[in-house]
Design a protein around this ligand. Structure first.
Ligand SMILES: [Zn+2]
Length: 524
C-alpha cells in the first residue's frame, strides 16, 4: 500500500505527522514567493500534491521532484485572458506561451470562437495540451452561423432566437462569457440593441462581456459608452479588450479615457481591461478598407471594385480615414502574412507598393491593399499607438496584461512579437528597467486579477488548495527576445513552468508534458 493510501486511512489527528512522512509530488524550495495577491514577496517553499498546492511556508517533507528556487521568483502561472489560440488543438505545446510563464489561455476573443465549444473542449481533453484552456463564445461566430452571408441588417426574430440558443448552449458547456468584435465582419453590423438582447443570456449564467470595441480611435469614448450600456442592460461585467487609443490624431487621450471609464464605474458599471505592451496592433490588412466595401465576401468586393465609381469612392474613404487619424501614408502598416505574395511579408505598405507597383504614392499603396484583399488578404501590424498612452493604461490597477496572440508556429511569417514576449516584457521592461510597477503588482495583474474577473476559481494565486500552476523565474534575467524585425524568439529567464503540478518547462526547455486542463465556468 502506498504512503498516500495510508494517509487517506489515517485519522485526522495523525495528519500532521503523516504529511511530514509522506512525499509530496513536488516541492519548490527557497524561492521568493510572489503569491498573486499583490502582497510583498516572502521566502517560502511551495509543496504540491495531486496537482494542487498543499503547503506554502517551511516544508520539511521531501518532494518526489525537488526544485531549488533559491534566488528565483515563484509566482502563479500567468493567465492570458485575451488570446486567439484556437489552434492549440493542433499545436498542443503552446510553446510561445509557456516559455513566457503563461499557464492558462482564454480563447474566443474579438467575436471569434469555436461554435461548438462542448465538442471542442472534448477534443482538447482527448488531445491533451500543455496549457489550461478556457473560452468565450464569439458573437461574430454565432452571428455568422445564423445569418448566413447577409450581415448588414438586424437579425430576424427567428435568427435572434437561434443566436440566443447557441449562446445559451455555449454557456451551459462552460464558456466564461461572450466576446464581440465590433470592427470585424459580421459583428460590426450588430446594433447595441442586438448585442444587449443576445448578451442577456450570458448575464443570466454569470458570464462576462468582453469586447473589441467599435472604435479604438476617434470614436473610442462612444464605443466605451456602448460597452457600458450593454453591461448595464444585460446585467454583466464588462472587459475592454486590448485597451488603447489608436491613431496619431488620438494620442494623449489615455488619461481622459480612463477618467471617462471611472465615471461609468461611479455610476455602477463594472469595467476592467487588458492591454499588450507594444505600441503596434496586429490585425488584418483589410482594416484599411471600409466594412461596407467588403460586406458579402470577396465576389461582392470584386464587383464593387470593377465598378469604377464605387472603387473611387472606396479609395476616397480610405484616404479620408487615414487623414482623420493623422497619417499621410501607410508607412505605419507592415504586412505580416500574405498568402498570395510571400515576398511582401515584413514590408511596410509603402515598401510593398515600391516593389510591386514601382510607385510610392498613396494611391499606389491603397490600390495594392485592395489587390491583396481580392487575392485572399493579408495580416498586418499597425504602428498606431503612443508609448505614453500605453504607460497610462499600464498604471491603472484594473489593467490586466494579455497577448492578443495565437499559438505561434516557430519560423512562420512575420507575426507580432507579443505572442512570444508580452508577459516577459512586462517584467523586463516595465518592472525591472523602467520601474513603473512593482514585481508584486505586475504579477497580480497577470494572475489573481484575471482569475477573479473571468471567474477561474482556484487559480491565479499561490495558496493552499489552489491549482499548482507555477512559474519560477529569474527577475534579473527574464526578458522578451522577440522583435518586430525578428519575431521568432522565445522569452528567456522562465526557468521552470508547472501546469497542474507537472513541469511543462524545465531548465528553460519545453518538456513535452501536456498537463493542461479545460477550464469551464462553474455553473451558477
Ligand atoms: Zn481584438
Amino acid at each position: 500500500m502506498s504512503a498516500r493510501r495510508i494517509l487517506l486511512l489515517l485519522p485526522a489527528f495523525a495528519l500532521h505527522f503523516t504529511l511530514h512522512a509522506a512525499d509530496f509530488d513536488l516541492v519548490v524550495r527557497g524561492g521568493r514567493v510572489v503569491d498573486g495577491s499583490g502582497k510583498p514577496a516572502i521566502e517560502a517553499d511551495v509543496a504540491v500534491h495531486n496537482g494542487r498546492i498543499v503547503a506554502v511556508g517551511r516544508v520539511t517533507a521531501k518532494g518526489k521532484v525537488e526544485v531549488d528556487a533559491r534566488g528565483l521568483i515563484v509566482a502563479p502561472g500567468f493567465i492570458d485572458v485575451h488570446t486567439h489560440a484556437e489552434e492549440v488543438d493542433e499545436q498542443p505545446r503552446a510553446e510561445n506561451f509557456v516559455r513566457m510563464g503563461v499557464t492558462t489561455l482564454v480563447l474566443g476573443n474579438c467575436g471569434s470562437s469555436r461554435l461548438d465549444l462542448g465538442k471542442y473542449f472534448a477534443e482538447l481533453a482527448r488531445t491533451n495540451v500543455s496549457v489550461n484552456v478556457a473560452s468565450l463564445i464569439g458573437h461574430g461566430t454565432v452571428r455568422g452561423e445564423v445569418m448566413a452571408g447577409s450581415f448588414r441588417r438586424p437579425p430576424t426574430a427567428a435568427e435572434l432566437a437561434r443566436m440566443k440558443t447557441l449562446i445559451e448552449r455555449a454557456m451551459r458547456e462552460g464558456a466564461l462569457g461572450i466576446s464581440t468584435g465590433l470592427i470585424y465582419l459580421p459583428g460590426t453590423f450588430a446594433t447595441a440593441e442586438e448585442l444587449i438582447e443576445v448578451t442577456k443570456v450570458v448575464g443570466v449564467h454569470g458570464g462576462i462581456y468582453a469586447s473589441h470595441l467599435r472604435s479604438e480611435g476617434e470614436k473610442v469614448f462612444a464605443a466605451v459608452d456602448e460597452a457600458a450600456r450593454i453591461g448595464r442592460e444585460a446585467r454583466l461585467p464588462v472587459q475592454l479588450s486590448h485597451i488603447k487609443v489608436a491613431g496619431r490624431a488620438n494620442w494623449g487621450k489615455a488619461a481622459e479615457l480612463l477618467a471617462h471609464i471611472q465615471r461609468l464605474r461611479d455610476g455602477g458599471a463594472v469595467i476592467t481591461h487588458d492591454q499588450y505592451l507594444y505600441t503596434a496592433s496586429s490585425t488584418s490588412l483589410s482594416q484599411l478598407i471600409p466594412d461596407a466595401a467588403r460586406e458579402g465576401g470577396v465576389p461582392a468586393f470584386q464587383k464593387r471594385l470593377a465598378a469604377g465609381e464605387q472603387k473611387s469612392a472606396i479609395l476616397a474613404q480610405m484616404k479620408e480615414r487615414l487623414t482623420r487619424n493623422g497619417y499621410t501614408n501607410c508607412a505605419h502598416v507592415v504586412i505580416t502574412t500574405c498568402k498570395s505574395d510571400k515576398t511582401l511579408e515584413g514590408l511596410s505598405v509603402v515598401e510593398a507598393a515600391r516593389l510591386r507597383r514601382k510607385s510610392e504614392t498613396l494611391d499606389a499603396q491603397l490600390e495594392l491593399v485592395l489587390e491583396i484583399e481580392t487575392n485572399g488578404g493579408a495580416g498586418a501590424i499597425f504602428h498606431g499607438m503612443s508609448e505614453e498612452d500605453l504607460r497610462v493604461f499600464l498604471a491603472d490597477p484594473r489593467t490586466m496584461f494579455a497577448s492578443d496572440s495565437g499559438v505561434r508556429q516557430f519560423g512562420e511569417g512575420v507575426p507580432h512579437p507579443r505572442g512570444y514576449g508580452n508577459n516577459a516584457r512586462v517584467l523586463a521592461r516595465y518592472v525591472r528597467e523602467l520601474k513603473l510597477l512593482t514585481l508584486e503588482e505586475s504579477v497580480r495583474r497577470m494572475t489573481a486579477l484575471p482569475a477573479a474577473t473571468f471567474q477561474l476559481k482556484g487559480r491565479g494565486q499561490i495558496k493552499e488548495g489552489f491549482a499548482a500552476d507555477l512559474v519560477v523565474f529569474d527577475s534579473e534575467k527574464v526578458r522578451d527576445n522577440s522583435t518586430f524585425e525578428k519575431p521568432h524568439a522565445y522569452a528567456t529567464g522562465f526557468r521552470h513552468v508547472f501546469v497542474n503540478g507537472v513541469a511543462v518547462v524545465r531548465d528553460d526547455k519545453h518538456t513535452a508534458a501536456r498537463s493542461g486542463q479545460v477550464l469551464r465556468r462553474a455553473p451558477r
